[in-house]
Design a protein around this ligand. Structure first.
Ligand SMILES: C[C@@H]1O[C@H](OP(=O)(O)OP(=O)(O)OC[C@H]2O[C@@H](n3ccc(=O)[nH]c3=O)[C@H](O)[C@@H]2O)[C@H](O)[C@H](O)[C@H]1O
Length: 458
């Protein structure tokens, strides 16, 4: 590309454009930080409320990322504080998706003004890739979910058969299939060009797809996904935000300091999942049937009243449990020696963090890729799932059984296995970024890439 060689010393200028979800934005931020340490100039584009979250994150100060505001069209039912999936009432998610699709012209202006060497985009905005390529700027997809879930759903999209996926450890239960089919209808994107969404998004990416994964955990799934999407997959490694020392003074950390090693279960269900009242009751019952300590992050959607615990539960468990009603320092908690297990919805970042910090998994998946991530954790031998009935319900006995398997019966087995995976993850971490940097420079230096890109859209 013109001027790339001259700017070799000045580094590449890259616009990074994640979907409006916390679980997407922070992997982009972590990747942006690593690239900015390799002489890239990073522009990260999102809505103001998401940019404020990034500024508030503990170590933003030392990362060289230029924040660029994306203006969503003003919709009466979607005030600016709902321009993020974090804490948004679930019934407004389709409206947020619609507003995001309507922001394409605003994004086009950003690209025209910044004229970056490269765009790194996300899975809900095929139009961003087309806008960049039309201006001769190579777009590269960064998939923030794992290779296992993406290969599983790509297989289903291609073969229309959940149960013919080549790896039998990954199978959905009937209630999970039903939920996925219902959910897919709720995020149908209006006027999407045929095939753009689902997995057409991969075909818009130049040469490669970046993926938040690492070979030690997902190698065979990464290879299968590469075959399905006809792109070279370049893993970024886990991109885990390191626990920052500022949390040392937090009440939570002080409380953990008083607990025995590996004695405490950390319970959290990500940035956009909320338990039903019945689910709260059954998890509470399960906790009372075990001897583990616990830290339970029980957040509610913005505007909703606080999640209610069973009568007397908090009083009866006050010696062994702590309830957190707000955003918790998850990395710092998982890094703490008193934490011996993580009850998680199996969001991809949470699963990556379990392994990064060597904490076995008590899997309670709810939606999207979470059931597949849970099956992967079980196949890798780093955790157990809380069993459910045919309707997808679980009860206190099942919760207690899973907790005791991780904390008592199989304690050393799980800790040994997750420790092995942790070593592999850390070994891959730096070499993965080296490969990402090499590939991004290769793409930007390849004039033919741009010509080929135009051909796709002619
Ligand atoms: C790509 C998509 O992102 C989604 O994000 P979600 O927020 O549900 O869950 P995580 O990926 O665990 O992401 C949640 C992130 O928020 C952090 N956190 C959460 C709660 C809290 O109180 N404090 C924290 O620091 C946590 O450490 C993690 O990094 C899903 O994963 C989905 O499976 C995945 O494909």
């Amino acid at each position: 590309m013109d001027g790339v060689a001259e700017e070799q010393n000045g580094g590449l200028r890259v616009v990074m454009f994640p979907w409006l979800a916390h679980g997407h934005i922070f992997p982009f931020v972590e990747l942006g930080k690593k690239l900015s340490n390799r002489n890239f100039h990073i522009y990260l584009c999102s809505t103001q409320i998401n940019l404020d979250s990034i500024k508030d994150s503990s170590d933003y100060g030392d990362s060289w990322i230029e924040l660029v505001e994306l203006h969503l069209p003003s919709l009466a039912e979607l005030p600016p504080h709902y321009h993020t999936t974090k804490n948004i009432p679930p019934h407004l998610m389709p409206t947020l998706m619609k507003a995001f699709q309507m922001s394409a012209p605003a994004f086009s202006d950003i690209i025209t003004n910044l004229k970056p060497h490269l765009l790194i985009y996300d899975g809900f905005q095929p139009w961003a890739a087309k806008i960049a390529a039309a201006q001769g700027i190579p777009p590269v997809l960064f998939a923030t979910s794992g290779s296992t879930s993406l290969s599983f759903f790509h297989h289903q999209h291609t073969h229309k058969n959940w149960d013919s996926f080549p790896y039998e450890a990954i199978r959905l239960r009937e209630h999970e299939k039903r939920d996925l089919i219902a959910a897919a209808k709720s995020i149908q994107v209006e006027n999407a060009a045929a095939g753009d969404f689902a997995f057409g998004i991969f075909k818009l990416s130049c040469d490669i797809v970046l993926i938040k994964s690492y070979k030690g955990f997902e190698r065979k799934y990464m290879d299968y996904l590469s075959t399905l999407c006809e792109r070279k997959l370049v893993p970024t490694g886990p991109l885990v935000a390191h626990d920052d020392q500022q949390t040392a003074g937090l009440e939570i950390i002080k409380w953990l300091n008083q607990k025995n090693p590996c004695s405490t279960l950390y319970i959290s269900f990500g940035s956009e999942n909320y338990l039903s009242k019945d689910q709260m009751v059954e998890i509470a019952k399960g906790l009372e049937l075990t001897h583990v300590n616990f830290i339970w992050v029980a957040r509610s959607p913005a505007g909703d009243e606080a999640a209610a615990f069973p009568d007397g539960f908090l009083e009866r468990t006050k010696e062994k449990g702590m309830v957190v009603r707000k955003w918790a320092p998850q990395a710092a908690i998982l890094a703490h020696g008193s934490v011996g297990g993580f009850m998680t919805h199996c969001g991809w970042s949470s699963i990556s963090e379990c392994i990064y910090y060597g904490v076995p998994v008590v899997a309670v998946p709810f939606k999207a890729d979470q059931p597949v991530n849970a099956r992967l954790a079980v196949e890798a031998g780093v955790g157990v799932e809380v069993m459910r009935d045919g309707n997808g319900e679980f009860d206190g006995n099942g919760v207690a059984k899973a907790i005791n398997e991780v904390f008592v019966e199989e304690r050393e087995v799980f800790r040994g296995r997750v420790g092995e995976l942790r070593k592999k993850m850390k070994m891959e971490e730096e070499e993965a970024i080296d490969e990402v940097v090499k590939e991004l420079w290769r793409i930007c230096m390849k004039k033919s890439t741009i010509a080929a890109q135009h051909k796709i859209y002619d």
